[in-house]
Design a protein around this ligand. Structure first.
Ligand code: AMP
Ligand code: ZN
Length: 468
């Protein structure tokens, strides 16, 4: 039998569109092509596991879309922001040093979770001219006004304000607890441009030296890289209001009413042990730290284990169950060689593709994937084993899972044993201790490894380890 994309190829992709409030068939503006924009991080610190959820979820959506369409996917870096300014003052480090560092760390940390680089990574500071141009157009069209050194978007000028987040401007005004700055006509008017003092980052503009507000960034960068009307706009649920509502309003006004995004997709929130993640509770889990002890694939599997629109609670159990799921998948393909030719000939499992194309139903996709693993476990015919193993591997490629050699995976963590990752971390720590001449600490780590059955050997080329 020739492998084909099968039935899944015939059906349309379905996505839940926040604006319509329901799951709808996906139909891009230009046949065969898709544009997608995801609001990216503000780069002044490490990404936490909640921030990783949209990165992983929309990486998967990008992979699913790429099977059928020529996709252009942009994810921005917000590298001008008051929180960055505050971090610079607090640490005494120049702003661009902070933003460069955290952009790189973000891509490394997300890369460890199997997140592929998007097609464009626009930075706000490299699009100031586009923002100024867009703001000028808004002023010209009387959708924005200058007041007290600021330029503000006039929400009354856009009649559909509130349509995305499903609230009416009148109700908003009635329930307003927004502090009304005296330079605003309406409490909900939002800042497009604000003045900068000499020590703050600033750019020349028709309204004096200043810096952009947050919302205008994404509108200007989306238009520049993807066009005035994009197919998919994505982000976390918390961004629906005001960020996305504001992006939508200003983009439509600037572009003579043309639609901004045809589909809005939003991921649900991640909590930790049933609590909101927050600095004050002290439960903020950084991806940068987590990847030191937990394989990136386990984190990815855990993030994809719940449907993206559902809340996801993160706990030790979430991680352990993701690890076991991967054990099952790796266990099935272990010891079966998958040649490059077999891999090239294989297609991802139809039912997994169908589940993913149905509003990214990852729980269903995983269940189907485990079904395939079970089938392979039971298979006795060698040719069929190779075919199924190849099918598993390419299904893993689509999901961004099963990217390691099974033996390397299992070398990591037989029940109760230190994983390979844990061992590497301990060896690095021991080498750091030795470099610092803290020999007591270095010996303690060697003893800890020995107690776990791991022998290490130092040579001029570095330290190697084995389990005798
Ligand atoms: P921020 O840097 O706060 O703008 O967040 C970057 C992205 O992470 C946005 O898409 C947010 O919606 C998303 N995000 C922040 N916190 C969480 C969370 N706890 N769970 C899921 N997504 C989150
Ligand atoms: Zn945005």
């Amino acid at each position: 039998m020739v492998a084909t994309t099968g039935d899944a190829g015939a059906m349309t992709i379905k996505l839940h569109d926040t604006r319509q409030g329901r799951k709808v068939p996906f139909d891009p503006l230009i046949e065969g092509e898709v544009t997608m924009y995801l609001c990216g991080p503000t780069v002044y610190n490490y990404a936490h596991i909640g921030n990783a959820r949209p990165a992983v979820v929309f990486d998967l959506l990008a992979r699913v879309l790429r099977r059928r369409y020529k996709l252009k996917f942009a994810r921005n870096f917000t590298d001008v922001d008051d929180k960055i300014n505050a971090a610079s003052i607090q640490t005494g480090k120049p702003i661009n040093e902070i933003t460069e560092r955290f952009m790189q760390i973000y891509n490394e940390d997300m890369g460890a979770l199997g997140v592929l680089l998007p097609d464009a990574e626009p930075r706000a500071t490299e699009h100031i001219a586009e923002m100024v141009e867009m703001i000028a157009a808004l002023v010209e069209k009387e959708c924005a006004y200058e007041s007290g050194g600021h330029v503000l978007f006039d929400v009354e000028a856009y009649k559909d304000y509130g349509a995305l987040s499903n609230r009416s401007l009148r109700e908003m005004i009635a329930g307003a607890r927004v502090e009304v700055a005296d330079y605003k006509k309406n409490a909900h008017d939002f800042v497009l441009w604000k003045p900068s003092t000499p020590e703050l980052p600033g750019w020349d503009s028709p309204w004096g030296r200043g810096r952009p507000g947050w919302h205008i960034e994404c509108s200007a960068m989306a238009a520049k890289h993807l066009g005035e009307t994009i197919d998919i706009h994505a982000g976390g649920q918390d961004l629906i209001f005001p960020h996305h509502e504001n992006e939508l309003a200003q983009s439509r006004c600037a572009h003579d009413g043309r639609d901004f995004a045809r589909y809005w997709v939003h991921n649900g929130f991640l909590s930790i042990d049933h609590e909101k993640m927050s600095k004050s509770i002290g439960n903020v889990l950084l991806v940068h730290n987590l990847v030191e002890t937990t394989p990136g694939e386990v984190i990815r599997m855990a993030l994809l284990s719940a449907h993206y629109r559902q809340p996801l609670d993160w706990s030790d159990d979430t991680v352990e169950s993701a690890r076991r799921m991967l054990d099952r998948l790796y266990g099935a393909v272990r010891g079966i060689e998958v040649s490059n030719a077999a891999r090239a000939a294989a297609q991802p499992l139809d039912s997994v593709v169908a589940a993913l194309e149905d509003d990214l139903n990852t729980p269903k996709a995983m269940a189907e994937f485990f079904g395939l693993a079970k089938k392979l476990n039971k298979e006795t015919d060698e040719n069929e084993q190779h075919r199924l193993a190849a099918e598993m591997v390419v299904t893993g490629d689509l999901l961004g899972l099963l990217q390691n050699d099974p033996e390397a995976w299992f070398a990591g963590h037989v029940e109760g044993e230190l994983s390979a990752g844990d061992i590497e971390v301990l060896i690095d720590k021991r080498n750091a201790a030795r470099a610092a001449k803290d020999f007591a600490a270095a010996d303690a780590i060697r003893d800890q490894l020995a107690a776990a059955g791991v022998q290490i050997e130092d040579s001029p080329d570095g330290t190697t380890w084995r389990r005798p």
